[in-house]
Design a protein around this ligand. Structure first.
Ligand code: FCB
Length: 517
């Protein structure tokens, strides 16, 4: 028998990375998820709706950013996207056809309150029709209020670096709740505030494309404040609603766990990616080590300016649900990597590090498979993220966890008959579901999973060049075709069972692995 090259096996990396791991569920095992586990798919307004200037909608920061030369691959924008604004009924039928119990979508601030001004009846009516359509199909609407599309008019007043935006966000949240609150019971305030602050205002890689440590820090705090204000407002209106926020979380591992400097690099990334949001929301304080790191680079004054008395009490308003988005972890060090991972969009406009106080920290590639975006495939990281959050933050507060996004971009091949046999994406989702099952077995309260994404869509700075859908979108004809991963996912959702993963599927995900066993 040929021994498996365990270093390249995506389920066998935890030990190599020094991670504490429960026995991973092998890919050839049949796995049953707990009764009542919620199966869904996720999208975001700007990525799918199109109709960017229809029925009163005006520019968001993404419409404006897409026009900046070199900011987005191919200069592409969301003007048409998947034309979901006009095809929402067909798309809801697709969700129903997949047998999913829930659909996570976001409302566009620029559609509901164009330019941040008064409510636009036509804009809000679109979401009202969408919710009705979902309910007609017995699909639970899971609403996210902010998935990165700030009205451009508010950006012109400083955007999230301006404290006032937090108050405007709470007003907008209340407006959406006024319109949908009679039918929608699950509310997520923000999607991935790390991206809408540091990636957007410090790295300049996302809209509005600013490159300032000060602005990124201010944006992060104001997003937190907006989250707290909106949560308190929705709680006042609907005490029984399920309220929460979605964070993208990572596992930062030291390249050499025995090296103190590598451990410091990992601690900084953990603080500036994960704990900068987990701690204020769930513990009512920013992490002490983060504040020290910021002070060392002279950013303590910014913290003092933006964090006002009473803010942290607002930010830590109790929530019911924490959404976790997970794509990959990273191994970090101050040493130069032998090879770079190219995980960011290949744009020509310059960008900076998103981290305000991690100068010199470098990401090192590992012997893991990668997706079409050079993102490492690291399912066991999801087990660790969920276990850590449960143990350190959510369990004692009775907060449920849902994986609100997970998925992968692969270069789909369309067969002559139009079908897409995406065994790589299927294997990616399979392995991450097993990782969730491992966490559940270890006692973590994970109650659902949302595939990112229902449809191929506008992947931000990557434009339309990367496809994440379990359903293919032909952007010329707007035709939708369920991929092999989508058909498989529908079977999993219907049966609540993950069947053994064929060796050929695993091999598609990781061409370097020997899966003969
Ligand atoms: C997440 C975003 C989502 C999508 C995926 C690939 O960070 O929330 O909109 O772009 O990444």
């Amino acid at each position: 028998m040929t021994p498996r090259p365990t270093t390249t096996h995506p389920l066998a990396t935890a030990a190599a990375l020094g991670g504490p791991l429960t026995e991973a569920t092998p890919p050839d095992a049949t796995v049953r998820m707990p009764d009542g586990f919620l199966w869904g798919a996720a999208t975001a307004a700007y990525q799918i709706e199109g109709a960017a200037h229809v029925d009163g909608r005006t520019d968001s920061i993404w419409d404006a950013f897409a026009r900046v030369p070199g900011a987005v691959v191919g200069g592409e924008d969301g003007e048409v996207a998947c034309d979901h604004y006009h095809r929402y009924a067909d798309d809801v039928a697709l969700v129903a056809g997949l047998g999913l119990g829930t659909y996570r979508f976001s409302t566009s601030w620029s559609r509901v309150r164009p330019d941040g001004g008064p409510v636009n009846a036509k804009g809000i009516d679109f979401y009202s029709r969408l919710v009705d359509e979902l309910l007609d199909h017995q699909i639970l609407p899971w609403v996210t209020l902010y998935h990165w599309d700030l009205p451009q008019a508010l950006e012109e007043h400083g955007g999230w670096s301006n404290r006032d935006t937090a108050y405007r966000f709470a007003e907008y949240a209340a407006d959406v709740h006024d319109a949908l609150g009679d039918r929608v019971g699950v509310w997520t305030t923000l999607n991935e505030p790390w991206c809408s602050s540091f990636l957007s205002y410090t790295a300049g890689a996302h809209a509005p494309g600013r490159r300032s440590r000060e602005a990124g820090l201010a944006a992060a705090h104001h997003l937190m404040l907006g989250h707290g204000l909106a949560t308190a407002e929705l709680r006042r209106r609907a005490p029984g609603a399920n309220l929460g926020i979605t964070l993208n979380l990572t596992v930062a591992d030291p390249v050499d766990p025995a090296d103190e400097r590598d451990r410091d690099a990992a601690r900084r990334i953990d603080a500036q990616f994960n704990r900068v949001f987990l701690d204020p929301i769930l513990r009512g304080a920013y992490p002490a080590d983060l504040l020290t790191d910021l002070a060392e680079v002279g950013l303590d004054g910014v913290v003092d300016d933006v964090v006002h008395d009473g803010d942290l009490a607002v930010i830590s308003t109790p929530i019911d649900t924490l959404g976790v988005n997970y794509y990959h972890g990273e191994a970090v060090s101050y040493r130069e990597p032998e090879r770079e991972l190219h995980g960011s969009a290949p744009v020509t406009r310059p960008t900076s590090s998103p981290y305000p106080a991690a100068d010199g920290v470098r990401v090192h590639p590992r012997p893991l498979p990668v997706t079409a975006q050079d993102w490492e495939v690291q399912p066991e990281g999801l087990t660790r993220v969920l276990t850590r959050v449960h143990e350190e933050y959510t369990s004692e507060r009775g907060i449920a966890l849902y994986v609100t996004e997970n998925g992968a971009a692969y270069d789909d091949v369309v067969a002559e008959d139009g079908s897409v046999d995406d065994q790589d994406r299927l294997a990616f989702v399979d392995l991450h579901l097993r990782a969730i099952h491992d966490a559940i077995t270890a006692g973590v309260d994970v109650r659902g999973y949302f595939a990112w994404s229902l449809l191929d869509n506008y992947e931000w700075a990557w434009g339309y060049s990367k496809r994440f859908g379990v359903v293919r979108v032909d952007y010329e004809t707007q035709e939708r075709t369920v991929k092999a991963s989508g058909r498989w996912y529908a079977d999993v959702a219907r049966s609540n069972v993950i069947p053994p993963l064929p060796a050929a599927s695993l091999a598609a995900l990781d061409p370097t692995a020997d899966t003969r066993g």
